[in-house]
Design a binder for this molecule. Structure first.
Ligand code: AMP
Ligand code: MG
Length: 489
């Protein structure tokens, strides 16, 4: 393995704190992502050895360097908290993959750090398995995300509302630098550290930006803005609700990070939230683009002094960069949803058609994933038979007929064969997503010691676009519907 420690060693000591976690009483590997381990140059046999388990559960490095807790601040539900930091997680270092890309290895649930505040630094098994399943599902869907390397039970019982088994999740990401990392220094007026962090971020994540380019911070902001316009579009396209889009969970790399109270839509509703703590629906499904822009604005505020010495010019520059978010998002969204309905070419009336379709499925309380997959079925695409699509809505089925007429009319502009369209649509509209009720069932069984539902769901989620009849695509029965998710800390 190629393990470095750049964040800990190349940056000043106020960026992170070394922590040596206590060993767990009885660490046991519950899940090990062997394909990912290989990609990262890690030998799964070694990871299963005592040394490997100490590496994954305590961050014990072969070179004996200490893992570190990263410092960051953040806006939590709009309120600024100047010091958050890794309160229950540690950065072990960076692993260079077989293809030469660098990934942070981060462990969550390793115990107290200088940033733990009132918390215990621990993580329960349920949230660790949830993160493992959902982040790996996002990866299989083709969406930028942190990934799960392993879940380890610690042998401890941790105190939440009820006593729960403790666990550690080992995850990798291009980087754990967040908007909140910039805010930590900017809030102290420490512009020098903001600049050090910005240059480190450029070097690590945006190698095409030159470090001697006087416009490099403009380029950084432009890239991050573009990546998030694309990321949030991809979330919307699969019905994903992050649930806690605080600036401390908002990456510079443009990856999905922090699978706390996240959830996927069952029934389509743009104002849907699941997170129990999101009482004001700040992070509702359809509000995510607006929040992404809000978070990018917070990043911009931190970078202002670096954009231009003259404040007014800096603000003007920042405006023109952020202004591009809306057009990028609009462009990406229309493209992706156009593909979801099977259109390859562009048509100026597409936005209208897409909005009408979404309004129809909203009124008809259709399951988001199911209706898009049904529109992508052989019957609908090859035979123009929309009977099953009609079945997806609970009322006003006549509106589906109107949509069908519009779609058929629109298809006259297309040149692809129906068979090609069918293939493309199935590769865009997943059959399987990690549905909330399935995850709850997995967690409930695992908490009682039965991990087989976890393994079968995980196996199915690896192929979200493939046809199949495993039952994992079915929307929840009324008595299975999950209304709320919790942070699980
Ligand atoms: P999150 O909601 O996971 O994004 O966490 C927000 C902040 O709370 C971060 O600074 C976490 O490190 C901290 N935190 C969450 N849970 C715990 C815990 N059990 N112990 C200590 N800190 C925690
Ligand atoms: Mg977080």
């Amino acid at each position: 393995m190629l393990l470095s420690h750049h964040y800990a060693q190349d940056l000043p000591s106020n960026f992170s704190s070394p922590v040596t976690p206590k060993p767990s009483p009885n660490p046991q590997i519950i899940a090990l992502n062997e394909p990912l381990a290989y990609e990262l140059g890690l030998d799964p046999h070694w990871l299963r050895s005592d040394e490997g388990i100490a590496f994954l559960s305590q961050g014990k490095r072969p070179d004996h360097l200490s893992p570190v807790a990263m410092a960051y601040a953040g806006h939590q539900f709009g309120q600024f908290v100047p010091s958050l930091g890794d309160g229950r997680a540690l950065l072990v270092g960076e692993l260079t993959s077989k293809t030469g890309e660098m990934f942070d290895l981060h462990l969550k649930g390793t115990g107290l750090t200088p940033f733990s505040r009132g918390g215990d630094g621990k993580c329960a098994l349920g949230p660790a398995l949830r993160e493992y399943l959902v982040s790996e599902a996002m990866h299989a869907l083709g969406i930028p995300t942190s990934r799960a390397l392993a879940v380890i039970t610690t042998g401890e019982t941790i105190e939440r509302e009820t006593p729960l088994p403790g666990a550690i999740i080992a995850r990798v990401a291009r980087s754990h630098i967040r908007v909140g990392t910039f805010q930590y220094f900017a809030a102290k007026g420490d512009i020098k550290s903001v600049q050090t962090l910005a240059d480190f971020t450029i070097q690590r994540l945006f190698p095409t930006i030159q470090l001697d380019d006087p416009k490099r911070y403009h380029a950084l902001l432009t890239e991050v803005t573009q990546r998030h316009a694309s990321l949030v579009t991809q979330w919307l396209s699969v019905g994903f609700i992050h649930g806690v889009m605080n600036t401390d969970n908002f990456t510079l790399s443009g990856e999905t990070l922090d699978y706390g109270p996240c959830a996927f839509l069952d029934v389509y509703d743009p104002m849907k939230t699941f997170s129990f703590i999101d009482q004001h629906k700040r992070y509702a499904y359809g509000k995510q683009p607006q929040i992404a822009l809000w978070n990018l604005s917070r990043l911009t505020e931190c970078l202002l002094p670096l954009l231009n010495e003259d404040e007014d010019s800096a603000i003007q520059d920042a405006h023109s960069i952020l202004h591009k978010f809306d057009s990028s998002f609009h462009h990406e969204w229309t493209n992706l949803f156009r593909h979801k309905l099977g259109f390859e070419k562009k048509d100026e009336k597409d936005l209208q058609l897409l909005e009408h379709f979404l309004e129809t499925i909203h009124k008809g309380k259709a399951d988001f994933t199911q209706i898009f997959r049904t529109v992508s079925s052989e019957n609908a695409v090859l035979h123009n038979d929309y009977r099953n699509v009609r079945e997806c809505v609970s009322s006003n089925q006549g509106y589906i007929d109107l949509c069908q007429t519009e779609i058929m009319h629109r298809l006259e502009n297309e040149t692809r064969s129906p068979a090609e369209r069918l293939r493309a649509m199935k590769a865009t509209n997943p059959r399987i997503i990690p549905r909330n009720h399935l995850i709850e069932q997995v967690i409930s069984a695992a908490t009682k010691g039965d991990f087989s539902p976890f393994h079968s769901l995980h196996a199915a989620l690896k192929h979200p676009y493939a046809d199949g009849n495993d039952g994992f695509d079915a929307p929840p029965h009324p008595n299975e519907i999950v209304e709320h998710t919790y942070c699980g800390t």
